[in-house]
Design a protein around this ligand. Sequence first.
Ligand SMILES: C[S@@+](CC[C@H](N)C(=O)[O-])C[C@H]1O[C@@H](n2cnc3c(N)ncnc32)[C@H](O)[C@@H]1O
Length: 217
Amino acid sequence: MDQKQLARIDRYLDEQFGREDDVLRETRAEMSRAKLPSIAVSAAEGRALQVLTALSGAKRVLELGTLGGYSATCIARGLPHDGIIISLELDEHHAATARKNLERAGFASKVEVRVGAALDSIAAMKAAGEPQFDMAFIDADKDNYPVYLNEVYPLVRNGGVILADNTMPRNMEAPFDGGIGRFNVAATEHPGLICANFPMLRDDGIDALMVCIKVGD
Ligand SMILES: C[S@@+](CC[C@H](N)C(=O)[O-])C[C@H]1O[C@@H](n2cnc3c(N)ncnc32)[C@H](O)[C@@H]1O
């Protein structure tokens, strides 16, 4: 299948299944005005996040990598009325844009954006005795994915869900041994996790969303 056909299927999936409403369209528009990189999940993947959140029955969600709050909005839409998200973001400007978007989406009180390196925020959470989460979504810097898996695992309850974005090699000709390649090996070989990988289309080709259940040690 060539690039043009993939792009057409991607558009179909986004239009038919993503079904962005005014809130999500405005979230993307605000990210563009604020000159954030165009690296949020696709509309179709956002809808998948909403469905997975609702299916899991999650009430407490940890997100690594907020950007402009697009995926957080999708996850928030899958939460019950008393659900919450703590979303970790390194970049002040990204976090400020996300807060503005989340406020407009009506999720200001549901989503707390914490600024700082995710590993520092996680260390602070552990030190403060933060209660466990029902679901975590890893979507920050790719080099740290294997470390994020180790750090996030104990923060998710048994029976909870760990999701990770971009878990597909972009080039099958080269060794897949960067952060995500190592993450994929660590997650699939982890005795406490059962993982499946769901291919997702992007403008520039095929990517994937990994979905793991924590079965525990
Ligand atoms: C792919 S984007 C997240 C997209 C977002 N989840 C969405 O789909 O709407 C990755 C984000 O991770 C942030 N990031 C990069 N390194 C980080 C770190 N060490 N700690 C926390 N966030 C980081 C980037 O600033 C960027 O906003």
